[in-house]
Design a protein around this ligand. Structure first.
Ligand SMILES: Nc1ncnc2c1ncn2[C@@H]1O[C@H](COP(=O)(O)OP(=O)(O)OP(=O)(O)O)[C@@H](O)[C@H]1O
Length: 297
């Protein structure tokens, strides 16, 4: 869907992107992660043709990005951009028309979305009279109303209470089900775990990691197991620092060259194994580890 190849971008003498390659497959939710100032917004702005790269190429559906592609893209920027004095309905018509919908098509789509997000009663209100979360819902509608095939969402959950965040999360999943490709830039790692199929991490202008969530997690397996035993046949070595709680012995051991089955058999010699589970790092742990490692390089 989106192929970014060797993209570089500098602002005056600050390097914002260095040799960035990124491939976003069709129909996935792609998490674009990185600490503050890493270069994510710069990359998103290049894809949206708000700014231009110094070198490198960006292709959408196999062709170099062109001004017409803007109609295929929906962009929810982190700094929201609604006209405060304009009424909700007029504003949504305006954005839909900008993105190429006919007046009639725009009316049908806007009505659908207002009903879907249960905000029909706000249609004659000015944005300045809406709460932050309410305005966020309208901004979300403005982003998706023209049925983009590529949706770029920068911190889409900020400003929402948990109930509305859940509603927006489900809308994003539904759009994905219908074939929309989504790039999600966020610092909320729990949303990444929940929503994304792929992730890429950028740090200090460079891509430092990418892959499917599964691949990324697999490549960071520390090969450590969490074990709990019921009754004991023999004493557990104290260097394993076992903890006894709720009538169960719990401890964590590395594989240390053994296979999981070998470690499990060994544990069975000590007592009844109640649980034996590999410790898989969270995306947040991988993110912190990778950013620290690449910062100290
Ligand atoms: N218009 C600009 N002029 C000069 N420097 C800029 C400009 N825009 C961004 N930068 C710099 O480029 C770097 C990358 O910024 P960018 O906004 O792309 O980061 P980001 O990953 O989106 O960060 P955040 O998570 O904080 O939004 C930063 O050091 C920033 O200060």
């Amino acid at each position: 869907m989106l192929q970014i190849t060797q993209v570089n971008k500098s602002y005056e003498n600050h390097r914002a992107l260095t040799d960035v390659d990124l491939f976003v497959p069709k129909g996935v939710i792609f998490g674009l992660l990185g600490p503050n100032g890493a270069g994510k917004t710069t990359l998103i702005r290049i894809v949206n043709q708000i700014i231009e790269q110094d070198s490198g190429t960006v292709e959408l559906d196999g062709r170099t990005l062109s001004p017409n592609d803007i109609r295929k893209i929906g962009y929810l920027p982190e700094e929201r951009g609604l006209y405060k004095k304009m009424k909700v309905w007029d504003q949504l018509i305006y954005f839909s028309r900008l993105k190429g919908l006919s007046e009639n098509e725009a009316k049908v789509q806007i009505k659908n979305w207002l009903e879907k997000l249960d905000v029909v009663s706000w249609k004659d209100k000015k944005i300045e009279d809406l709460s932050k979360g309410m305005a966020q819902k309208i901004q979300f509608i403005a982003t998706v109303v023209h049925r983009p095939t590529l949706l770029i969402l920068d911190e889409p959950f900020s400003g929402f209470d948990p109930v509305n965040a859940e509603i927006i999360k489900n809308e994003i999943l539904e759009l994905k089900e219908k074939g929309t490709t989504v790039i999600l830039s966020t610092h909320r790692m729990e949303s990444v775990e929940l929503l994304c199929d792929h992730v890429a991490m950028i740090n200090r202008s460079r891509k430092i990691l990418d892959g499917t969530i599964r691949e990324v997690k697999r490549s960071f397996r520390p090969e450590v197991f969490k074990i709990s035993l019921n009754y004991l046949k023999r004493d557990i070595p104290m260097e394993w620092t076992p903890k006894f709680s709720d009538d169960v012995w719990k401890f964590t051991l590395p594989l240390a060259g053994k296979t999981p089955n070998q470690l499990l058999s060994e544990m069975m010699e000590f007592g009844e194994v109640l649980s034996f589970r590999e410790q898989i790092p969270s995306i947040e742990e991988i993110f912190i580890h990778q950013v620290q490692a690449s910062t100290h390089e």
